[in-house]
Design a protein around this ligand. Structure first.
Ligand SMILES: [Zn+2]
Length: 164
């Protein structure tokens, strides 16, 4: 399911399709897991249950932003939208699985190239790599009639300070 969704994302956005081919051909390993299959990142429980979808730089993780490049593990739910709520339980955003996959895969492309940029953008609102991932996800969102967004979710931002 995940790999067929990657193919769909690549067709919806030709530029990202090229990125996906590069990921598949890279010497770095870029693995995608469902939350159920992700049991070994946090004491046997996936961080998905706490934070929602994420991409984790793996060996050698420190190379994700220094030009050398790193592998990655992505955890997302291919069957359900990712729903993010604020402290009051009100829904902030609901993201279609293809949009989530497009977002995380842009991070993975940056990690593969070693160009993750954790500096804040010119507005000071979020990291430059988040601007890139959101710009990419919005192409996918537009193609399938889902709402586009500007800002990264706060919860995601918290986990991505660690994981990105
Ligand atoms: Zn992100």
């Amino acid at each position: 399911m995940i790999y067929s969704q990657l193919a769909v994302v690549g067709i919806l956005n030709f530029r990202q399709g090229i990125d996906i081919i590069k990921l598949a051909r890279s010497e770095n390993i870029h693995e995608y897991r469902t939350p159920e299959a992700d049991t070994n990142l946090n004491d046997g429980k996936s961080n998905y249950s706490k934070y929602g979808p994420f991409s984790l730089s793996t060996a050698p993780a420190e190379n994700d932003g220094n030009g050398k490049g790193s592998s990655s593990v992505t955890v997302y739910d291919p069957y359900s939208s990712a729903v993010f709520k604020d402290e009051n339980g009100d829904e902030l955003i609901s993201m279609h699985p293809l949009v989530v996959l497009s977002h995380e895969t842009k991070h993975n492309s940056d990690k593969n190239e070693g160009i993750i940029d954790r500096r804040l953008n010119a507005d000071g609102t979020q990291k430059i790599s988040e601007d890139r991932a959101i710009a990419t996800e919005n192409i996918t969102a537009k193609m399938i009639g889902e709402p586009e967004r500007e800002f990264h979710n706060i919860k995601l931002e918290k986990i991505e300070e660690m994981l990105l």
